[in-house]
Ligand binder design. Sequence first.
Ligand code: AMP
Length: 280
Amino acid sequence: MIRVVESLKEVREFVAASLRRNQKIGFVPTMGAFHAGHLSLMRQARKDSAIVIVSIFVNPLQFAAGEDYDRYPRQLAKDVRMAESEGVDLIFAPSVAEMYPKGYATYIDQTDLPNKLCGQFRPDHFRGVMSVVGKLFNVITPDTAYLGQKDYQQFLIIRRMAVDLNLDVDVRMLPTAREEDGLAMSSRNIYLGPKQRKDATCLYRALQRAEELVGGGTNNAARVMSEMKRVIQRVKGARIEYIAVVNSETLEPAKEIKGKTLISLAVRIGKARLIDNILV
Ligand code: AMP
């Protein structure tokens, strides 16, 4: 039976009992509104670890004023059923007051990576992500944490944070789960109307075009980016936030595609801000 708890005290007790039994803990941090991407992370955790803990917390710290914090989908009862069918042991679904009680004043920050890509458009976003994930790692003490490639920059930043803060957790990345037409699954896809939902495949199509070019021997980053731009611009109502070809470890712009490279983009369609990426 899955357990759902709201307090840090209950999580600590559950974790302590698991550690006494020498059980390895796999952890999947989320904001809920589960889709097959979230479930794939839980499934891998279930394979690897005796104990699987999932957190569901729409973290106000990682939303800027005017972003979608208020309308972000919340569906705890449904999420619990979905997690239960993946064999999750514990869901931690705290309130904002539980995570950030009155007087809360401590944050985690990082140089370099958070200022790149999405960070240029969402300045305090990754500080909010690190602060909450750091707190969760501290309490849950996972052996392994599972994150999705869809948020590749977030994965890099959290892995860096874990190393730098000597947190003994293996931060693993799993592939992006996609809809049949290639759209990366996201809790935010519900913001898309039917026409916008069709338009939203342009991110994947642009990435496929990039992959095709690179596969065909093109290694000029500017060429790849301009071809991607053309794919997006054919869609009226799609507004490019950025298209980037960067070193996959430093996120520094690459002029030439050689070695491991991240091709990444953010596009606004209607009320939704969509991101996607591939590694080549
Ligand atoms: P979120 O609930 O959107 O904050 O995401 C929680 C975790 O699920 C993060 O590690 C995300 O990268 C991951 N995730 C989100 N969408 C996908 C997807 N389509 N495929 C795989 N993982 C995903």
